[in-house]
Structure formats: structure tokens, C-alpha cells
Design a protein around this ligand. Sequence first.
Ligand code: FAD
Length: 631
Amino acid sequence: TTRIERHHYDVVVIGAGGAGLRAAIEARLAGKKTAIISKSLFGKAHTVMAEGGAAAAMGNVNSRDNWQVHFRDTMRGGKFLNNFRMAELHAKESPQRIWELETYGALFDRTKDGKISQRNFGGHEYPRLAHVGDRTGLELIRTLQQKIVSLQQEDKKEFGNYDARIKVFAETTITELLLDGDRVAGAFGYYRESGEFVLFEAPAVVLATGGVGRSYKVTSNSWEYTGDGHALALRAGATLINMEFLQFHPTGMVWPPSVKGILVTESVRGDGGVLKNSEGKRFMFDYVPDVFRKQYADNEAEADRWYSDPDNNRRPPELLPRDEVARAINSEVKAGRGTPAGGVYLDIASRLPAEEIRRRLPSMYHQFKELADVDITKEPMEVGPTCHYVMGGVEVEPDSGAAYGTVQGLFAAGEVSGGMHGSNRLGGNSLSDLLVFGKRAGGHAATYADQLTARPKVSVDAVEAAVETALAPLQRDTGENPYALQQDLQAVMGDLVGIIRREGELADALVRLAELRERVAKVSAAGGRRYNPGWHLALDLRNMLVVSECTAKAALERQESRGGHTREDFPGMDPKWRRVNLVCSLDGDTVRLEHKPLPKMRAELIGLFDRAELAKYLTDEELADFDALVA
Ligand code: FAD
């Protein structure tokens, strides 16, 4: 028989990025015995890589900012497909979550009068991103970890044991959620280094596993991001929404090939950087869509004045939401006006003094110097779109983060959850999302665990099945190579379900994904259980595959273009489709897709918008409702 280490917890948090850590802190503060599990080293998560900042309407730099303006910007950014309640909670609560971080020891950059400074970012009407240079995520993770250490020190005093009520299991991958009927009973996984199995028995699980980017070749995401949480949720009976919406960040590095996809922060544009094509033209002026004309400048002089006088000028079009900028870059390159490496130029060198560039964007300066031998204070960068963020995710009850579907005791927060960002996320809205909904999910998971009269039990059969699935790739002597399979998957997703989509290609993608599914069932990994990345990838592949199927299916179904979903054959937004969430679930092994109407915005929220603006998004029927409401 296989040896399995067993642990008992009240709340198990899968993922140690911002959402996971904030959730774990909340569960522990509620007195629950809490485990934090992370696939890679503790502290290494996408959160730590976040550069630009966390969006919160504190009004420190422009006192006109408030939650209502932030709410409006978020809904516009998501093209009104957002779950309005999540967008509301997020806009209202993110300032408190940022101030709270300072009580944990964070120190954000300051304004002259000592307030937390805020920077401009795409789609945000006022300077709104609280930041620490271009290393904001590092500060966020550092202080959340510090808070956890301080809680462990309290436990040491009280119980003589640092790990009494909160413990971190680093380099531990969860491969399966275990259920008792329809209730969560635990999580099963392996230690990356030893390959030994570990079982966490717990009535409440918070998924905080982040994104899915590794299904694409050109991506800003690192190796862990294989959609594990999305797939765990599906297999446990939860549902995913909005999986067709992927954010291709407009500015990834395009050269040299070995670093293609690595992120170039939007702060470069927020701080004055401009995009130019090979003819030296600042092309973004040609790409301001109708719905944004009122807020964005149509000439360089006005755009440039905006940086010093934002109240009397319209914003530069380089700061349009990311989906718009990514599509524009794509079009320029396609039209033959790209750079030698197939991107466009991002120029900050001619816009700010060298010293200022090094002060404001130290990481970017080093990144280009070291990886591309480019001095960004002297030359432009070459950039192009890169798969960055998934708007889709676990469908959750907005206030608690509880997963919908048949499962109970499952919660989700952060990038793995869906709804908050609609069809497109604004930059900076993720770090704040993690804090707001991480806290909520952790708190509600604790309450759920408290309210149970009897603990769900993990069955022997379920554990045996999990072991068998995990060992299968090692037991096949011959079979498919996991690295070749991942490459093939990336080719399907990048070529057929990429930034611009077409019906025939999406249908083709589904055929190929079905073939890949059969091949993944025969994946084989050489070697044993001790530190074996090929085996780990073999296990990740089944997650990547089911999540990719959801994305491709939903992308084929949605016959319009909106946010992070662009259909060449349906180029416009269609108000009828704005009312629809596409919901994925698993029926046995088969991905099922259903239409579900979007919840209706409450009167005081919809009343924050002009009728003229709403008319660009809503159906006539919805507008008639609106007129009745405000009359
Ligand atoms: P993550 O921080 O991604 O953490 C996920 C955790 O889950 C990790 O600990 C991982 O190891 C663990 N995990 C995954 N699968 C498993 C498994 N099977 N078992 C156990 N553990 C697992 N957003 C902003 O708002 N502002 C920015 O400036 C910004 N800059 C960014 C820069 C880069 C380069 C990238 C990649 C993203 C950036 N984003 C930014 C997006 C933002 O960083 C992420 O969306 C956010 O950090 C996600 O946080 P999270 O807590 O949901 O998950």
C-alpha cells in the first residue's frame, strides 16, 4: 500500500498568492485551524510579480475619486458583463484593504503631503493605483507573509507551537478535491520534492490557485499556472463562468525569443510611454472606439497635456483598456507596420529624463538591460500582446465567495474566481480583488466550518482513486510525452483560440482538443516519484485540457466581440449577448455549456451611469426598464 501523510484542518487554502494568504489570515483570525498550500516556493506566486499597483479609490491624488467612479470604470472596462455586486463590493472595500495592509507593515509610496500615492493606469479615470515603485506585488506578499508570521508567534505563546493554527505547506500540489456526498471533505496532493502523497481532511476549502496562462506559448504566466483550481472546481461539481474571456496584455517582450511573453508593465504607459509603429507613428489615435471617444484625446497635444493637467484634457489613447490596445497592436503588425521582431515600439526614452525612468521603473530598466541588452532610457522597447490573465473562473456567490453548482464547502477568490471583471479586467484591479475577496472567502469558509454539525468524511475509495490517478503516468512504460503534449496544446490554443477568433478555427480547436484528450489519457512520465517535473506536468495536463475545452467551447458559442473575446466574424458588441453568462460544468467527462442570464443591476447602481452611455451596451428592453426606474 502507498504511504499517505494525513492532516486535519478546519480550512484548507489552496494557493499562497495574495488571495490565498488574505483568506488564510481571515480564517485564522476567526480561530480556525488553517493550512496554506502552494505548488511552488512560499512567496513565489503571480502576486509577487505584480508591478503596477493595487487600484483603490482613496482619492489621495485626485479628491474627486470615490467608489462610485471606480465602480463605473470597472463596469466599463468589463463592458458591463461584470457581476455588478462584486464590482460594487470591490470598489467600496479596496481602500480599507489597502490601509489595513499598512497596519500589517506595508509601506506604499507617498505623495508630497504623506498620503499613499496613486498612479494612473488604463481605464481608471483618476490616479488610483497604490504602489511601491514597480514592485507592488512584492510588498503585498511580503506584508501578508509577515502578518502570518506574527499570527504564528501568537500561537507559539499560547500553545507552544508556531504551527498550532496556521501552517504553510510549500511545494505541495493538490491534484484532487475529495467529497463526502456533495460536501467538501478534503484535498489530496503530493510533495514536489519527494513525490510523497499528502491528504488534508477539512470541511472547507478555499481555491486561490490563480490563472491558466500556461496553455498558451506566449504568456506572462509562470509554470504553475495550469488552471488547477478551475479544474478541481469543475470536477467537484462547481461551475465556471466567462471562460471565453482571456486578457492578452498588450505589452509583453517580443525579443529575444527566449523571453517572449514576459510582461512589460502598463506603468510604462501610465508614466508617459507611447506606442509607435515602424513608421514612427503614434498609432493609438486611430483606434479609439466609439464608446470611449468622450474620455480619450484625439490628438497628441491634448494627450500630452493630460499628464500635467488631467482635469482639462482627455486621456492619451495608450491608456485605453488592455483589450483595445492589444487589438490595435495586433492590427498594426498584421498591416506590415510592425518591428523586426514582430511587435511595435514602446517609447519612454524620449518622454522622460533617464534618471526619472530609472527611479520610476527600476525593474523594467533591469529587465530590458539584462534580458534584451536594451537601455530603455536611450532606446524604445519592442512589445506585443501576451496571454496574461483569465477573467473567467469559478462561479461564486458574490458576498461569500462560495462556489455555485452542486458542491458545498468550496470557496474561491482571486484570479481563479470569475465574474468580478466581466469581459476584461482593468490593470490594478486584481491586487485589490485579491484582498477584498480573499478576506471575504476566508471569513465565510470559517463560518461554514463552524456551522457544520458533523464533519464530512473522506472515504477510502476516494483516496485510492486519487492515488491511482496520480500514479498512472508513472506506470505506463510507453505513451505520450508530457512536454510534446503541452506544446501541441499550446499550439492549438495560440493558433485557434488566440487573440482574434473565427468560427471555423474554434470548431477545429474543439476537434483537436478532443484528440489531445485521448492522448493525455495515455501520457507517460519516465523516472520515479522523487522530484520529477515530467510527472508533474503529466498531471497538470488534464487540468489544462479541460479548462481549454471550456474556453474554446464558450468562445465558439459567444457570437460577438467583447473585452477579451474578439470574433473576426462577429466584430461588434451585441446587447443581447451582454445579458448572457456562459456557464461551464462537467457531466461525467464531458464539458457542458449553458446560458445563464446576468443578474440585473440595482437601481442605485445603474443610476450612476448616463442613459446615453447605457444605450451603447443595453438592449432596448433593458433601457425601457432603466427609464421606468429613474422616472
Ligand atoms: P497567485 O498569486 O497567482 O497565486 C496562486 C497560488 O496558487 C500560488 O501559490 C501557486 O503556487 C498556487 N497553486 C496553483 N495551483 C496549485 C495546486 N494545484 N496546488 C497547490 N497550489 C497551487 N495585477 C494587478 O492588479 N496589478 C499589477 O500590477 C499586476 N502585474 C502583474 C504582473 C505579472 C508579470 C503577472 C503575471 C500578473 C500581474 N497582475 C497584476 C495580475 C495579478 O498579479 C494576478 O492576477 C494575481 O496576483 C493573482 O493572485 P492570486 O492570489 O489569485 O493567485
